[in-house]
Design a protein around this ligand. Structure first.
Ligand code: SF4
Length: 364
């Protein structure tokens, strides 16, 4: 049985050998044989996929990635696209600041760099919306730079490999240092992707498949018989609750009142049904007094949606009126055309609460 005393020092070689045989085929990647011949992935594809993958799973991202590439095959095409089209194509992926920054970054690459992504971490980080993680991932995967890439999967693998007992997020600098020391000079992009794949398929949060793991001769957490103890996380605080109301007005012709949110702030630039502000008030329901026009509004439930920093409880109000009112703020859109609108998930939930089959009539 493996003990701490019999462990070998971790090295990239067994991981890369494993990756050559077991890598996931993903639409934004080149396969390891090509990478070994010096053929790297298209920077636009790597950047687009990495931005989409932040806080979002691979299966959820795949159709969005393919749709974006079909509509905007180059970064220049994305830079030239109307904002509303990009936001509508992003709708459903969440974390909409990413879509706004995606567009700004495409414009910066197209207009300030002649459509060519910078090939260093520093150069990439100077672009809008590109932080440490994305810069390292693009530099390593698209340009074979020896960057230390850290995402949730890699944090889990590295914390187990070295049995790092400092809780996250305080442990991040140490984890990054360990990843940097392990990253090989010749295949840094494959190494980063191999760590991601290992975390996603073998070193999973629950019941990791250590018997199949290329690191099982050097893993301290396995030698301690407690992989699931790592990564150690600081105790979570409960999310604050905010409340508000959303108003779904529908005409006899099947039109629904929509508005555009202001460009800045949460869900900026996205489409919504009229809502109140979302405040920290936690008592009672928000009343129909805040509706966009006076009518016989009826309550139809509460929608709960969890954002990164708070939980939102939206009281939903509904009214059916004979025809569109020209004097209200916003526009009247056919319910059958809702699929083409940049509606974030919380708004889709609000509309579905008032019109249960709204999105069944729509194309998606
Ligand atoms: S041996 Fe187990 S715990 Fe250690 S890195 Fe591999 S899968 Fe994760």
């Amino acid at each position: 049985m493996m003990t701490l005393a019999t462990l070998t020092a971790p090295s990239a070689k067994p991981l890369l050998d494993w990756y050559d045989r077991h890598h996931r085929d993903l639409p934004w990647r080149v396969s390891p044989p090509m990478a070994k011949r010096g053929i790297t992935a298209e920077p636009y594809h790597v950047w687009l996929s990495e931005v989409m993958l932040q806080q979002t799973t691979v299966p959820a991202v795949k159709p969005y990635f393919l749709n974006f590439l079909a509509r905007w095959p180059t970064v220049g095409d994305l830079a030239d696209a109307p904002n509303e089209d990009v936001m509508a194509a992003w709708a459903g992926l969440g974390y909409y600041a990413r879509a706004r920054n995606l567009k700004k970054c495409a414009e910066a690459v197209a207009r300030e760099h002649g459509g060519v992504f910078p090939d260093t971490e520093e150069g990439l980080k100077a672009l809008p919306g590109i932080g440490d993680y994305t810069a390292a991932a693009v530099a390593a995967i698209a340009f074979n730079r020896q960057a230390s890439v850290m995402d949730g999967n890699i944090e889990r693998v590295i914390s187990r490999l070295y049995a790092i007992s400092t809780p996250l997020p305080a442990a991040k600098p140490l984890m990054k240092q360990k990843v940097g020391a392990l990253t090989p000079a010749d295949r840094p992009g494959d190494f980063a992707q191999a760590m991601m794949d290992l975390g996603a398929t073998i070193c999973t949060p629950k019941r990791p498949a250590c018997a199949l793991c290329p690191f099982n001769g050097s893993c301290q957490a396995l030698a301690l018989h407690d992989p699931e103890h790592f990564p150690v996380k600081a105790a979570k605080k409960a999310k604050p609750v905010r409340k508000g109301a959303a108003f779904v007005a529908v005409t006899s012709d099947g039109d629904i009142l929509l508005r555009r949110r202001i460009e800045t702030g949460l869900l900026g630039g996205m489409t919504e049904v009229p809502t109140t502000g979302w405040t920290a008030r936690v008592d009672g329901e928000t009343s129909a007094d805040a509706a966009p026009f006076a009518a016989d509004w009826e309550p139809c439930g509460t929608v709960v949606h969890v954002f990164t920093h708070f939980e939102l409880r939206l009281s939903i109000w509904r009214v059916a009126i004979p025809s569109a009112l020209p004097s209200v703020d916003g526009w009247w859109e056919a319910v059958t055309n809702l699929h083409a609108q940049a509606l974030p998930t919380v708004m889709k939930k609000a509309i579905t609460s008032a019109i249960p089959l709204a999105f069944n009539h729509s194309k998606d």
